[in-house]
Design a protein around this ligand. Structure first.
Ligand SMILES: [Zn+2]
Ligand SMILES: [Zn+2]
Length: 198
């Protein structure tokens, strides 16, 4: 018996008509209009089970969202500094925890699922060590991670600007950014004086 779903909406798709063709198993293929304007042929059971929700535009949007540039954006919990790397279909971002100033690397997913670097829920030491930036000592020596040769000063390739950080009581504090290297080094040096670095 043929179920009539013409005119019904399944997420972004609205069924227009039985397109007259069948799958190899005999399932009806429905011609649908997607909200984005595309026409799409979808199997009835896939529509009803929510397996097909759009012409494909929904997945495209999610993919774009996943790879969106988050540089200098922020959420309630994190400030994103720069892109770190990609792995397993995810993009990882260098972030600063807004509660303690720790720098950490988070994937797009983590950014929305984590509520802090771990400082707000008594995270295990191992976890904290795994995400902590090595700049934990009161020193002005450049770390291996500092690409500029100045400790606490990083170059953000995507923005084409430099960013300065300093560690205060084991918390990383963002000092500011500029395209002018000397200006950013000065931010760091001023902060070093202020916080008694040597
Ligand atoms: Zn669409
Ligand atoms: Zn934190």
């Amino acid at each position: 018996m043929k179920e009539n779903i013409i005119g019904k909406r399944f997420n972004r798709l609205v069924v227009i008509k039985d397109d007259g063709t069948r799958s190899s198993k005999g399932d009806i293929k429905w011609l649908c209009q997607c909200d984005c304007g595309n026409l799409y042929h979808a199997l009835g059971y896939r529509l009803k089970r929510g397996l097909t929700k759009s012409c494909g535009c929904l997945n495209d949007e999610r993919r774009r969202e996943r790879f969106r540039d988050l540089t200098d954006t922020e959420t309630e919990n994190f400030k994103m500094i720069s892109r770190s790397h990609s792995a397993n279909q995810r993009v990882y971002w260098k972030c600063v925890c807004r509660f303690c100033g720790n720098e950490l690397i988070l994937s797009n997913n983590d950014i929305h699922h984590y509520t802090s670097c771990g400082c707000r829920r008594g995270a295990s030491k191992a976890y904290m060590d795994s995400i902590r930036n090595p700049e934990s000592l009161r020193s002005t020596k450049p770390t291996a991670k500092s690409t500029t040769g100045i400790r606490g000063v990083y170059f953000n390739k995507r923005k084409g600007s430099y960013q300065a950080f300093i560690n205060v009581d084991n918390k990383q504090v963002y000092l500011g950014s500029s395209r002018n290297f000397d200006e950013v080094v000065k931010m760091r040096r001023d902060a070093e004086r202020e916080y008694g670095y040597k």
